[in-house]
Design a protein around this ligand. Structure first.
Ligand code: MTE
Length: 318
């Protein structure tokens, strides 16, 4: 991995727009009041033993990835999460503990030489883990900067051996409404599904994350394995993945299925393209009063802008 030059991340801080509200929750409350059936089945709560990959942490930091801002406090990042399977508030820590993350099998299928299933621990041990400091920008206009541990998604693409007809990588979250009460809310297009082009998935920045702050990733952040694509809005970074499919057609993603006019497939960060209901010009930095101007591609243009040459007619930004 090589980052040619220091990217232009050292930008002045300034004030800008107020924090936006992500979803029009009233719409969903009206549509689904009382539908959270079977949500709290105590027998589905799992005790979590020691993580079998604990010895791999902390992984060596890859110093090529620098930040232009302080690292967000661990406590803050760990208690301000979006994980709709476990509720629409930011406070999902307790609810997400219900998810048993071992054993955990990942299915690799679709247009590959030979579909297979692999235990997540075996997969993690096959892969070169490293720590990277990344900025993370939510479409809601808040941001954080955290040390993720993981392996390049590109390595998983190589392991899967996609056939030439494969154009996209589709990634899905587990589906178990008895554990994840949000999945009983049938107006959402579960399971949470995301996708990248093969070129995006093979970009050096696309990271399959298994840890954060030098430890295995906790449930609320997407244990045991989640995606991080830091040049895109956070909703692309699907959590708790158990299925990866190589496909010919562009996958229909979760938020696109819910509200295509507001959340598209590409979702690259761009301060100049507003969300239909709020500006994306600036972001609220978690844990500070500071608003920073948002950066094109979240500041990772040098690494990713080339991916979009020739795609200018696509809706690349939201
Ligand atoms: N993945 C799943 N399965 N379910 C979700 O609700 N939320 C997305 C993304 N991945 C989400 C998900 C959104 S909107 C954001 S901003 C990030 O996860 C939040 O990641 P974090 O909670 O680790 O900060």
């Amino acid at each position: 991995m090589l980052i040619k030059t220091r990217a232009g991340w050292e930008i002045p801080e300034s004030q800008a727009t107020p924090e936006a509200t992500f979803m029009d929750r009233r719409r969903f409350i009206a549509a689904g009041a009382g539908l959270i059936a079977g949500a709290a089945l105590p027998e589905m709560a799992f005790a979590q033993g020691a993580d079998p990959t604990l010895d791999l942490y902390p992984a060596k930091r890859n110093e090529a990835y620098k930040l232009d801002r302080p690292v967000t406090e661990e406590e803050l990042a760990a208690n301000y999460n979006n994980f709709y399977e476990f509720g629409t508030s930011k406070d999902v820590v307790a609810s997400a503990k219900r998810l048993g993350t071992r054993p955990w099998t990942v299915t690799i299928d679709g247009l590959v030489e030979k579909p297979f299933e692999i235990g997540v621990d075996e997969l993690i041990r096959k892969m070169p883990l490293e720590e990277r400091l990344y900025r993370f920008r939510c479409v809601e206009a808040w941001s954080m900067a955290v040390p993720w541990t993981g392996f390049p998604l590109k390595k998983l693409v190589e392991l899967a051996k996609p056939l030439s007809g494969a154009k996209y990588v589709q990634m899905q979250t587990f589906m178990n409404p008895r554990v994840a009460p949000g999945q009983s809310q049938r107006w959402y297009p579960w399971p949470y599904t995301e996708g990248l082009t093969i070129a995006e998935a093979s970009n050096e920045l696309a990271l399959m994350v298994t840890g954060i702050y030098g430890k295995p990733v906790p449930n609320q952040h997407g244990a045991p394995m989640r995606l991080i694509v830091p040049w895109k809005y956070g909703f692309k970074s699907v959590k708790s993945i158990n299925k990866i499919s190589f496909v010919a057609e562009r996958p229909k993603t979760f938020w696109e299925g819910l509200q295509a006019s507001e959340y598209g497939f590409w979702a690259n960060v761009n301060p100049e393209v507003s969300h239909p209901r709020w500006s994306q010009a600036s972001e609220q930095v978690l844990g500070s009063r500071e608003r920073r101007p948002t950066l094109l591609f979240n500041g990772y243009g040098e690494q990713v802008a080339d991916l979009y040459k020739g795609l200018e007619k696509e809706r690349l930004w939201a």
